[in-house]
Design a protein around this ligand. Structure first.
Ligand code: SF4
Ligand code: MG
Length: 322
């Protein structure tokens, strides 16, 4: 993605245009083949919109989206349909993503047929193979989605996503709707499959615990912009942005200390001027309200006027007893 901007118009009660949600505001990002990139941030920061822009499911207002050197926005509809085979999206809600009127076999076979992956006579065997890859017994192929648990449904959705032999998988919160007890199993399955098959993976998640296990690189989003990105190990152990540091400090047992972030995420309809985080940043100074910091540094980049030189965290002064 290069300089990608996406805004959604907002209308008032009379249907008049009343501003726009600045969902994605000037994001440049790349993912190398075979890499797992995690995009993290609180809900409403624009990460799902970013995932849909990557897949060319929505069109950017500005900037370009390239896949394997090809500008997706400029492809003809027919060329884009052929490209769809290479990129698959796994949604958060496995209950909504499977058609209740299709058996598991029909659901997994559909992309095989659509993209002519195997001759018709081999479909059943390929479905059985895909189901066993995701840890489901092939005998389950004749059953209906409602007969499965959330975790099993997400396994079926993964089998369906793998059926077209994609090169890129984008998972938008792929485990956050599942019971906590099965989240790790499903995310480990997904990342093992992706590694074994040599696929590129973009994991969109608000859960740093999930991200820590699978990501090679991490990009942190706040109000439509990337505020920090770099190798996962560095970003997650030595964060440079106050926002990343606060997110990490909120993960139990992480060991990163930071003052908690106060207040809510400001409205994306009227994002704050200057650094968008200044309304919540414990280190904000006057200039932070005026200057919008650029993302700088490689491979570990940060968009903050302090450029990673964060003051040490002191314990809050205890009130004296009595
Ligand atoms: Fe905080 Fe200022 Fe850095 Fe923004 S630029 S994160 S307000 S210190
Ligand atoms: Mg989302």
């Amino acid at each position: 993605l290069d300089g990608v901007v996406k805004r959604f118009p907002v209308r008032d009660a009379l249907g008049r245009r009343a501003g726009a949600v600045h969902a994605v505001d000037g994001v440049s990002l790349s993912v190398a083949q075979g890499e797992t990139l995690a995009i993290v941030g609180e809900s409403g920061c624009g990460k799902s919109t970013l995932g849909r822009l990557m897949m060319n499911l929505i069109t950017p207002d500005a900037g370009s989206v390239r896949f394997a050197g090809e500008d997706l926005v400029r492809l003809s509809p027919a060329a884009m349909r052929a490209r769809r085979r290479d990129m698959q999206l796994i949604f958060q809600d496995p209950f909504a993503s499977l058609d209740p009127r299709m058996t598991v076999e029909q659901a997994v076979a559909e992309p095989l047929r659509l993209h002519r992956i195997v001759p018709r006579g081999e479909e059943r065997a390929r479905v059985a193979d895909l189901l066993s890859r995701v840890g489901l017994r092939p005998e389950l192929a004749r059953r209906w989605p409602h007969e499965f648990s959330g975790g099993q449904r997400q396994r079926i959705a993964i089998a369906r996503a793998l059926a077209s032999q994609p090169r890129l998988i984008v998972g938008d919160e792929p485990v956050s709707a599942l019971d906590v007890s099965v989240q790790a199993q499903v995310v480990n399955l997904l990342s093992d499959l992706i590694r074994d098959l040599g696929l590129t993976f973009v994991l969109i998640s608000h859960d740093l615990g999930v991200v820590r296990h699978v990501a090679d690189r991490v990009a942190v989003m706040y109000l439509g912009r990337i505020v920090e990105q770099g190798p996962a190990e560095e970003v997650l152990t030595a964060p440079k942005h106050p926002y990343t540091r606060a997110l990490l400090a909120a993960v139990p047992g992480h060991g990163v200390k930071a003052p908690p972030i106060e207040g809510d995420v400001p409205s994306p309809i009227a994002p704050p001027p200057g650094c968008r985080f200044h309304t919540r940043c414990p280190f904000a100074e006057a200039q932070c309200r005026i200057i919008q910091p650029e993302l700088t540094g490689a491979p570990h980049a940060v968009a903050c006027l302090l450029d990673g030189r964060l003051p040490p965290v002191r314990p809050r002064p205890e009130r004296l007893a009595g």
